[in-house]
Design a protein around this ligand. Structure first.
Ligand code: GCW
Length: 690
């Protein structure tokens, strides 16, 4: 009996040791020896750099490392020159980035080449938090905001807050993120009140030593909403004065403040068009207010009108005529795709087309349309596809990456933004694998030529290290073969699987509409009186003749917004990549695909394939159990089970719904649906799928 008790205690103790809630992210290295750091300067940032080296050193025991802040023409911005025993940078922040890179290489085993120069692709690498001042997060699936709390706590700042922000800042800095927009683009008018700004100051103080600037989303109508003015017309002298004074007030308390992000005349938000002015009038007025302090304005191009015949055309139509009219400290922030962060879209045609205006990509890290924090979807493959898309605007090789990072156009400022997936959940992102998307965004923002595979490899090594407690007994080779290789493959296939089981062949925006969750299928959703472009039928256009959105020259002509050869390539059904087929074409159900199948059959096989892919992910994950701590293993396992149920619902819902139009059988060699369409149409899928 006594022995049994001791065993139980020991078991509980060892389980506790293995308890692993994922809070440490990819920052787990514990030094294996000492390091002798030589650094002539001292500052908060350099102190962090030294501390990181001491904590995470896996190099030679007792080795010397020199940190040198000294200008070198080859080093740009906060880049650095890396050697095994020296890091040189123009700035202290560059040293810190170099330290993180050195430690990463020590941990992953990637070679350190003598005097390698590493420069960032974008000057500003920014997270956009869609956090509301009441602590909720729009499209957040990882708990409440880490910055804002409910009214009861008001804007008070506690030590606990500061400790969490420090961890957040460290995580960002370790992957090169150097900016954070602290609040939702659907901004509260209270954001610019002095009380609220005091809190921003407190956050900025914590983020600063890690090289992270703070930015704010602002309401364009702030002068009338909180400033007591009659108007917010950007050409009105009182309004201009109000913004100048506000900028002054902000920079007085936050001298390194980054600037403003604005969602204007979009989804009901106020903007310059309310006063008969243009986006350029609005953006320039704000740009002038922050210019004396070195601030920038990120002006979003996410605009679409109710009742337009094609929402995908709108941003280009509104913004192209304004090319060249913006101040040099304005950057137009453009979502990767022309509709809205869908599982797959072609790139927004504004990239490369706006030649006299700075343009920055906006990616969505939070999985609004890709399974929230329930589904395992590694987004870096999608971002790689996007960044490497050739716009052809300045000849072959004018990729989105190169048209936005200053390689082709001489932009004064270059930037990239990612909508954050971070909340108060103990593992930060809701799903352990969603951390990989935060990580990948930072890494790609730093180096837009990195491959998604390289990043997955790094992230897995850092996050599920072969060197941690449970796996020390495994040889690295064994770990690589049985954990790294299969799990990396799972990650690499995960986004395509999500496309397959939700919106294959160019389908888009066919989500369940109930409660606006964007979770689960809803191609049928069409309540009376709703805006047409908020119903899936607007996008899939299924009818007895066929399915798909005709964006060819005979349809909405969205193709003409692309540069040749893309315009013709997309326009012609023979040459249009099948990945985008139903994005650009409305085709008959018996349209012949390249593999000889008819479109309807291909749709069925692709949905089915998606479901089977997730079933395979389950097997892969179950097999790696010996290599993963108990908690993370079972949490991921349970989420994969639900992902399978979700995928099944997607397949059944979409195929049974579209079958009403195609009037053809689901090919008999694939698994039959298991849900009734009726049932799916009546159910709130977010509840059902829980
Ligand atoms: O994708 C849509 C989202 C909205 C979001 C909007 C935007 C912040 O459904 O929740 O609002 O895009 O990007 O402005």
């Amino acid at each position: 009996m006594k022995n049994k008790l001791i065993c139980l205690i020991l078991l509980a103790f060892s389980l506790n040791l293995q308890a692993e809630n994922g809070h440490s992210l990819w920052l787990r290295a514990k030094s294996s020896g000492t390091v002798n750091i030589v650094c002539a300067k001292s500052s908060l940032t350099l102190a962090i750099a030294k501390q990181e080296l001491e904590q995470g050193w896996l190099g030679q025991n007792g080795a010397k490392i020199v940190l040198t802040v000294k200008k070198d023409k080859a080093i740009e911005n906060d880049g650095y020159k890396l050697s095994e025993n020296e890091i040189q940078a123009n700035t202290e922040l560059g040293i810190l980035y170099g330290v993180y890179e050195l430690l990463r290489r020590q941990q992953t085993g990637e070679a350190i080449i003598q005097n390698e120069i590493c420069n960032p692709s974008y000057q500003r690498r920014i997270l956009n938090h869609w956090d509301n001042l009441d602590g909720t997060v729009e499209r957040g699936y990882a708990g409440l905001s880490i910055f804002w709390h409910d009214e009861e706590k008001g804007y008070a700042v506690t030590d606990k807050d500061r400790a969490l922000w420090t961890e957040y800042a460290r995580a960002n800095s370790s992957i090169g993120i150097n900016g954070a927009v602290l609040n939702n683009v659907n901004s509260s008018k209270l954001m610019l009140t002095s009380e609220c700004l005091e809190k921003v100051k407190a956050i900025a103080e914590v983020l600063r030593p890690y090289g992270i600037k703070t930015y704010l989303s602002v309401k364009f109508s702030s002068p009338s909403l909180i400033g007591g003015l009659q108007t917010s017309d950007p050409l009105n002298p009182e309004v201009i004065k109000w913004w100048k004074e506000k900028a002054n007030e902000i920079y007085n308390i936050i001298p390194d403040f980054g600037g403003f992000l604005i969602k204007a005349n979009s989804e009901g938000q106020p903007g310059p068009q309310d006063f008969g002015r243009t986006h350029a009038d609005g953006a320039n007025m704000l740009a002038d207010a922050v210019k004396p302090f070195g601030g920038i304005i990120m002006w979003r191009a996410f605009v679409y009108e109710a009742n337009s015949n094609d929402r995908a055309c709108q941003a280009y139509k509104e913004f192209m005529p304004l090319d060249g009219q913006f101040r040099d400290n304005v950057i137009i922030q453009v979502k990767n795709g022309p509709v809205d962060f869908q599982p797959r879209e072609p790139f927004t045609p504004l990239f490369g087309a706006m030649k006299k205006t700075s343009v920055m990509p906006e990616l969505q890290i939070t999985q609004e349309y890709l399974g929230h924090s329930v589904q395992l979807v590694y987004l870096a493959t999608m971002w790689e596809e996007f960044l490497k898309s050739d716009t052809y605007q300045e000849g072959n090789g004018s990729t989105v990456a190169r048209t936005t990072d200053g390689s082709i156009f001489p932009q004064k400022y270059t930037a990239i933004a990612g909508v954050a997936n971070i909340g108060l959940d103990s593992n930060w992102c809701g799903h352990h694998f969603a951390q990989a998307n935060w990580y990948a965004f930072g890494r790609m923002a730093w180096n837009n030529q990195l491959t998604s595979e390289q990043i997955a490899d790094e992230w897995l090594k850092l996050t599920f290290s072969a060197k941690d407690e449970k796996t020390t007994t495994f040889h690295a080779a064994d770990w690589q073969k049985n954990f790294l290789v299969p799990v990396k493959q799972l990650m690499m296939e995960s986004r395509e699987a999500a496309v397959n089981y939700s919106m294959p062949l160019g389908l888009h925006h066919i989500f369940a509409g109930l409660n606006n969750t964007h979770y689960g299928p809803g191609p049928w959703f069409a309540p009376k009186g709703i805006r047409k472009d908020w119903t899936p039928a607007y996008y899939h256009k299924a009818d007895s003749l066929g399915i798909g959105f005709d964006r060819t020259s005979k349809g909405s002509d969205a193709v003409s917004q692309y540069h040749e050869p893309l315009k013709s390539l997309f326009n012609n059904v023979e040459t249009c990549p099948e990945l985008y087929l139903l994005w650009f074409h409305h085709l008959p159900w018996d349209y012949k695909m390249k593999n000889g199948r008819i479109l309807w059959d291909e749709l069925c096989y692709t949905y089915d394939k998606g479901v089977n892919e997730v079933r395979q992910f389950q097997k892969t994950w179950d097999k790696v159990e010996p290599y993963v701590d108990v908690q993370r293993f079972s949490e991921v396992q349970s989420k994969l089970r639900r992902q399978c149920r979700d995928a099944q619902v997607w397949k059944d819902g979409c195929l049974l719904y579209f079958q009403q139009f195609s009037k053809r059988p689901i090919p008999f060699d694939i698994e039959r649906p298991v849900y009734d369409l009726n049932y799916l149409q009546k159910t709130d899928l977010t509840d059902m799928l829980k």
